[in-house]
Design a protein around this ligand. Structure first.
Ligand SMILES: Cc1cc2nc3c(=O)[nH]c(=O)nc-3n(C[C@H](O)[C@H](O)[C@H](O)COP(=O)(O)OP(=O)(O)OC[C@H]3O[C@@H](n4cnc5c(N)ncnc54)[C@H](O)[C@@H]3O)c2cc1C
Length: 419
């Protein structure tokens, strides 16, 4: 093996994981087609935290200008007591994160990040060949998965042959069967209300405008519930993720539009700083059942591989699902680049990709399940012990932020660009 080969890659799913991967593959000399089921490209109206482990990759992919325009650099992440808002612990981010990890911790509107990734993948003047994106194209399966030229089948009867098929099609992946990976989904018992509160009512009320003083992520932790709030998009919205035990309605529907009053009632008696902010929300909010998979290590078979939520869906209690998907994209692209250069076979490249990524993602998945218990303790001895450890600045869980934010070692780490 030594000749430069063209490699055609079909990526199922044009979400954050699929597009980040497409942009990285393009940079590394692959010809990429993304198949997305939605009739329009975009993301849901919600915020997203992007750790330095992922932002450093996005900067390297040349997306710095877009990120600098759209993202807020987060100064700190704050844990508060549910009833009083008392600060239990703070993680300093800001310039410290930049120095330590070579990249910033960011808050973004999901639609903005999606647009940045789409541009990176498809712009005509970028490196390599622009990625082709087919919308309204639902993947239903992969044929000849064990061969060197698998084909992707779509609902409208088309077939897309490729040298490599990547399933970036989320927790209910249609590609997962082709690598024989487990399909069982775990229902966590929690759900999240998600909404973006516009700045105007928040800024008018002296009791709520504090949230815009400083770009920080605020977590209120209480029994069976927690809330995360942070400003996004040039301080024009507050993003809310409010976690509670799942209702029968949402369990059955998976996601549902519900009256905001239902969300507000769940936090009766909590810190007035929080409840006053929730009072500013629109009258309807989306509620999402929080489901995940237990870790598995079989991420590829032959010329087919999985990434993102398709192989490591997790509870959002480390705010890391999308960041881990971006890491997958960088690593699979590095490995396939060696196949492009003729230094390894494609099936080897995909195995090396999962060797480098599966164990790390599993630690984050399991850590997020651990955080569910840690965040949701009832008041009592365990909660007091947790809060004492927080105050004394012990690490929050068995998985350290330093380890997560350092990310998977990449081959060009030596030439790391600092943001
Ligand atoms: C409440 C909540 C808060 C979160 N907060 C954060 C956070 O702050 N930071 C963070 O990093 N992560 C966070 N996450 C996790 C993050 O949203 C996901 O891990 C991430 O979006 C996964 O990206 P993905 O591209 O792998 O999958 P998805 O986002 O699920 O994208 C899959 C794409 O594939 C398409 N698709 C699906 N099936 C098919 C098919 N058969 N054919 C073609 N296309 C298909 C879908 O339409 C979609 O566009 C949060 C999650 C939740 C629920």
């Amino acid at each position: 093996m030594s000749e430069q080969t063209n490699i055609d890659v079909v990526v199922a799913g044009g979400g954050i994981g699929g597009l980040a991967t497409a942009a990285a593959l393009r940079l590394h000399g692959c010809r990429v087609t993304v198949l997305e089921q939605a009739p329009r490209l975009g993301e849901i109206g919600a915020g997203l935290q992007i750790g330095p482990n992922a932002s450093r990759i996005l900067y390297r992919l040349g997306m710095g200008e877009g990120l600098d325009a759209a993202a807020l650099v987060v100064e700190e992440s704050v844990r508060r007591r549910w009833s009083t808002g008392e600060i239990l612990t703070k993680t300093t981010l800001g310039t410290q994160a930049r120095h330590k990890f070579g990249a910033p911790y960011l808050h973004l509107h999901r639609a903005d990040l999606h647009q940045i990734l789409l541009e990176g993948a498809t712009r005509a003047d970028g490196p390599g060949e622009p990625v082709t994106v087919e919308i309204a194209t639902r993947v239903v399966g992969v044929d000849d998965a064990g061969t060197a030229r698998p084909t992707v089948r779509t609902e409208d009867g088309r077939v897309f042959p490729a040298d490599v098929v990547i399933g970036a099609d989320g927790i209910n992946s249609a590609v997962r069967g082709a690598v024989d990976a487990p399909s069982a989904i775990v229902q966590s018992g929690d759900m999240a209300y998600r909404t973006l509160i516009p700045a105007e009512p928040v800024l008018q009320d002296p009791a709520t405008r504090w949230i815009f003083d400083w770009p920080a992520a605020n977590f209120w932790l209480g029994h069976q519930r927690h809330v995360v709030m942070y400003p996004v998009r040039d301080m024009s919205f507050v993003n809310v993720v409010a976690v509670v035990p799942v209702t029968e309605h949402v369990r059955a529907e998976d996601r549902a539009l519900v009256p905001a009053e239902e969300m507000r009632r769940q936090y009766d008696g909590w810190d007035p700083r929080l409840t006053r902010l929730l009072a500013c929300s629109e009258e309807q909010v989306m509620a999402w059942a929080l489901n995940y998979q237990d870790p598995f290590s079989r991420w590829s078979s032959g010329h087919v591989a999985l990434l993102g939520d398709a192989c490591h869906s997790m509870l959002p209690y480390f705010s890391q699902g999308a960041s881990q998907a971006i890491e997958d994209g960088a690593v699979v692209a590095e490995e396939l680049a060696k196949a492009v250069r003729g230094e390894q076979f494609i099936d080897e490249a995909l195995l090396h990709y999962s060797d480098r990524r599966a164990e790390r993602a599993a630690v984050v998945q399991q850590g997020a399940v651990g955080n569910r218990q840690l965040f949701h303790l009832p008041d009592g001895p365990d909660q007091r012990d947790r809060d004492r450890r927080f105050r004394e600045n012990h690490k929050e869980s068995n998985v350290s932020f330093d380890w997560i934010y350092s990310g998977t070692p990449l081959e060009d780490d030596a030439s790391l660009l600092t943001a």
